[in-house]
Design a protein around this ligand. Structure first.
Ligand SMILES: Nc1ncnc2c1ncn2[C@@H]1O[C@H](COP(=O)(O)OP(=O)(O)OP(=O)(O)O)[C@@H](O)[C@H]1O
Length: 472
């Protein structure tokens, strides 16, 4: 018997193309424009699969799903949405949707999804979870794939391996999976394997007993214990030493762990998320990563696209970071349309982090309310590659001497205007402060500490330097 698909959308054009595609794929199609019409058809026992838009004239398609499922438990509902954010994807799953298709979508993708729904493949788990903010910015097709995958892993405890170049948002995704899932009100603990000395990794993870090794003066809890009931995010997993890998594998196999130097086993009720920007498969071939552990951790691989593969997201991300900068008290800036073109033309080897740092720097250093294309190009140029030395000089002092001599020479025998001291020092202060803000991710408190100056002094300098002209 031919399967029947009910399609609910108030846009006649969409109804037509969807009907054509599904009819061509061999299905019967029933169309409706409203949520009421959809509920009626399902209550009459019609339709094997439902395809619905989120915005219907009389109700929200997502809110209608539970009603449909109450009428017919097990009915597969596919949601189409133009509001393609992570929250919509997750909410669709939460309400019991079988699949979520961000508009515009490929009709082949729709027919594939309908076929999967009829076959009962890939049923999405549903569960209770809260939080509907959207931590991830970007509506590109590349990110839609990411959102669909996140929505599938949020309600369960599957081990997810987040892959992607540095700065693509791997840690942010790990947090989103935790924050939107059932463990949200339990701890999220992150540990970066590359950031701690190798010999301390095991005790960091599992804790240690007093006297377990030289320097272990007291018992200490490890990240597994601290993350109980919550999520443990293991970043740069490729850098985990082999001995720690063996121990981690044992935890995954038995669901229990022991502290370093301890004998008592403890239950590990922890969801594990990992991230890497290395080719772990190659590491297993080279014998540096246990293959059995690799398969345990790589249950769901989630690949984050580099920013250059989602260049359409650059403008929204740039505005988002300017918004954050403004909320931190930095001057509020707009982006000139040509500046957006300049941002889109860059290849972003440092991905979203590079864009974030650039926006923060421009918010601090640019005069005026609008960031121009020239400022963007100059800002990008400043970072990659690093500025060439002013002369073949080996020290900052020598480079400065060359600059200063050139500055004086520009006045061809006359003296430059008074106030040379402040003007020249401001020129050195500007890149110095920018470098410190970059290094501390824009945290003014940390930057002030790094510079060795008071936070209020830094704030004042930021204001002064932002208005100070670049005359030297
Ligand atoms: N889609 C996004 N929306 C908003 N902010 C983002 C997005 N992706 C990344 N960011 C921001 O960019 C910065 C870098 O992201 P994150 O630290 O998650 O990257 P990563 O892939 O874990 O990097 P690394 O591999 O170097 O540790 C963070 O400040 C993060 O908040």
């Amino acid at each position: 018997m031919t399967a029947t698909v009910i399609v609910a959308d108030d846009d006649a054009a969409i109804r037509t193309v969807v009907r054509q595609a599904l009819t061509r794929a061999g299905y019967q199609v029933r169309l409706t424009e409203t949520a009421a019409g959809l509920v009626k058809l399902v209550s009459e026992g019609r339709g094997d699969v439902v395809v619905t838009d989120v915005i219907l004239p009389d109700a929200n398609g997502l809110d209608t799903i539970p009603k449909l499922l109450a009428l017919r438990p097990g009915l597969r509902v596919i949601v189409m949405s133009a509001q393609n954010t992570l929250s919509t994807a997750v909410r669709a799953t939460e309400q019991g949707a079988f699949d979520y298709l961000p508009k515009p979508f490929d009709l082949k993708e729709l027919t594939r999804s309908v076929a999967a729904a009829l076959e009962g493949r890939a049923q999405t788990d549903t569960g209770e979870f809260g939080g509907d903010d959207t931590p991830l910015i970007g509506r590109s097709p590349a990110m839609q794939e990411v959102y669909r995958l996140i929505a599938r892993v949020v309600p369960n405890d599957l081990t997810v391996m987040i892959l992607g170049e540095s700065g693509t948002g791997k840690e942010l995704v790990a947090r989103a999976i935790h924050d939107m899932g059932p463990r949200a009100n339990r701890p999220f603990i992150a540990l970066n394997m590359a950031a701690i000395p190798r010999e301390l990794i095991e005790s960091e993870l599992f804790g240690h007993e007093r006297g377990a090794f030289t320097g272990a003066a007291a018992r200490a809890s490890g990240k597994f214990e601290q993350a109980q009931g919550g999520t443990l995010f293991l970043d740069e997993i490729g850098d985990m030493p082999l001995e720690a890998q063996t121990r981690l594998l044992r935890v995954l196999q038995t669901g229990e762990f022991t502290t370093v130097g301890g004998t008592r086993t403890q239950r590990a009720d922890v969801r594990i998320l990992t991230a890497t920007n290395q080719d772990l498969h190659a590491l297993t071939q080279a014998g540096r990563f246990r293959e059995d552990l690799y398969y345990r951790l790589n249950v769901v691989p989630l690949q984050l696209p580099p920013l250059r593969a989602r260049i359409e997201d650059v403008a929204a991300l740039a505005r988002h970071f300017l918004e954050i900068a403004a909320s931190e008290g930095l001057p509020r800036k707009q982006l000139d349309p040509l500046a957006i073109d300049a941002l889109r033309a860059h290849a972003w080897p440092g991905n979203v982090r590079e864009l974030e740092n650039l926006m923060r720097r421009l918010a601090v250093l640019e005069r005026g309310d609008t960031i121009t294309a020239t400022a963007v190009s100059a800002g990008i140029g400043q970072r990659t590659p690093p500025p060439a030395p002013a002369a073949e000089s080996s020290s900052l002092g020598e480079a400065a001497a060359v600059h200063i001599a050139r500055y004086f020479a520009d006045f061809a025998g006359n003296l430059p205007p008074d106030g040379v001291y402040d003007r020249l020092l401001a020129e050195v202060e500007r890149p110095l402060i920018a470098a410190c803000l970059d290094a501390t991710g824009g945290n003014q408190l940390k930057a002030a500490k790094l510079l060795g100056i008071n936070r209020n002094t830094l704030r004042k300098k930021l204001t002064d330097l932002a208005v100070e002209s670049r005359r030297v």
